[in-house]
Design a protein around this ligand. Structure first.
Ligand code: SF4
Length: 444
């Protein structure tokens, strides 16, 4: 297809992997329209902010950047500035953006990222701010939207949208709508094309991938079946998925992962809290006993699996005893790594209205204790790998030393070793010589 260059675009992503994926869809559409990407904001004809509202810090960064862009718009009135993603999807925020930042031209949500070309055309015709946030959470799943991916080895493929879980601290179900799964054929086709283009490490994305397919007319086809099918794609190298909810992780799924050569042995299972009382208030749908049973089953079937997690401290009403149970479960599971968070109120969620908000100093003390414990375990786990030979997909030279290469194990650990640049993009065997907190040293 021949393209006439219409100008350049700059996309800034604030937030999670879902926003990363949205940005790929947006870039794909802009490229199809004839725009080219630029690294320089000042050069761009279109600047898009892809936002996430899960973390308050990300939200504040968006406001900061919108403020700074005012000057660019004064210098170049033809510049198109857009804000999309989770943030405008929240009640009245779209209108608020239009009022506070009149230099913003496009405001749209998570359900209509595929409509960007129409918005741009409409703006060019009317010269008036386009504000379109679909509130219909059942918006049809849109297939075959062009997606542009950064050159490299890794690609992300959305397999489902939305979430039905309503954890009481989380805004996602309100802004991303109900669960909707893509058709297996369409997912397989997208991945086949990615493999042909040279992508080797493919991550399936969804807020809760384990409930994939639940709304299909033939619900017998579930996430385990999808993995089994994708595992057979010719020349596929590595398949990953995120995020999986511990409640819906079936035995069948563990079996399928154990047997599927290309599905990596990396289990990210967000525990969030170790106390049953807190888990219940969070509406997580499992107990600590059920969670431990699950991790034991995984380790029983796949002894070299890595298990990682998300943990939140300071949920409303969390007592010293509740926190001690979180520390206890971390010690029992011995996670390879953990994303640790301090609970922050998200307006519009049930937890924001709960009594017993935990004072900041206590939250701070707890998170420090938790991080210290997790760091100790991560280091011990990595040291235990010394002497092992692991499979590494080589990604590129390390930032600080170009003679050293970095790559990932199937368990998603970073390995650094001396090697020639020809190895980039290949899968090699590396002997681990030293385990550190965040990476492993190796010898090729
Ligand atoms: S599973 Fe819970 S935390 Fe995850 S997106 Fe759904 S509601 Fe939010």
């Amino acid at each position: 297809m021949e393209h006439k260059c219409r100008g350049s675009y700059y996309i800034k992503v604030f937030g999670c992997q879902m926003s990363e994926h949205d940005s790929e869809v947006l870039a794909g559409q802009l490229e199809e329209m004839g725009y080219q990407s630029t690294e320089e904001q000042a050069e761009a004809d279109i600047i898009l902010l892809v936002t996430c509202c899960v973390r308050e810090t990300a939200e504040n960064k968006v406001w900061g950047m919108l403020g700074r862009l005012r000057k660019l718009k004064q210098d170049n009135p033809n510049l198109v500035i857009g804000v999309c993603g989770c943030l405008p999807q929240q009640k009245d925020i779209g209108k608020d953006i239009r009022k506070r930042f009149p230099h913003v031209d496009l405001i749209f949500g998570t359900h209509n990222v595929h409509e960007l070309p129409r918005f741009i055309n409409q703006l060019q015709e009317t010269r008036e701010t386009v504000l379109e946030v679909w509130t219909d959470t059942d918006a049809a799943v849109v297939e075959n939207v062009p997606v542009k991916r950064e050159k490299g080895l890794k690609a992300w493929v959305t397999i489902m949208y939305g979430c039905n879980n309503f954890c009481t601290y989380c805004i996602v179900p309100y802004v991303r709508g109900r669960e909707r799964s893509r058709q297996p054929d369409s997912i397989a086709k997208e991945i086949e094309e990615l493999v042909l283009e040279g992508y080797q490490d493919i991550t399936l994305l969804g807020q809760n991938v384990n409930s994939y397919g639940k709304e299909f007319v033939d619900p017998a086809f579930d996430f385990a079946d999808l993995l089994q099918r994708l595992n057979k794609i010719p020349d596929i190298n590595r398949l990953r998925y995120t995020t999986s909810h511990p409640r819906d992780f079936t035995e069948k799924l563990i079996e399928v992962i154990a047997e599927s050569k290309h599905v990596c042995e990396n289990f990210h299972l967000p525990i969030q809290a170790g106390s049953n009382r807190v888990l219940k208030k969070m509406n997580r749908g499992y107990t600590r006993e059920q969670y431990l049973e699950l991790t034991n089953k995984i380790r029983g079937k796949i002894p070299n699996a890595s298990i990682t997690t998300d943990i939140m401290v300071g949920f409303p009403g969390e007592t010293d005893e509740d926190f001690a149970e979180t520390m206890d479960i971390v010690q029992k599971v011995r996670y390879d790594s953990a994303f640790t968070f301090v609970y922050n109120k998200r307006p519009g969620t049930p937890a924001a209205k709960l009594e017993g908000q935990v004072p900041e100093e206590i939250k701070k003390k707890r998170i420090q204790e938790l991080i210290a414990l997790q760091n100790k375990i991560s280091l011990e786990n990595n040291k235990a790998l010394e002497g092992d030979v692991v499979e590494v997909l080589v990604e590129g030279p390390t930032k600080n030393n170009h003679d050293r290469l970095g790559g990932r194990t199937r368990t998603n650990k970073l390995v650094v070793f001396d090697g020639r640049s020809e190895l980039i993009g290949t899968t090699v065997s590396v002997k681990i010589t030293a385990g550190h907190l965040t990476h492993l040293d190796g010898e090729y």
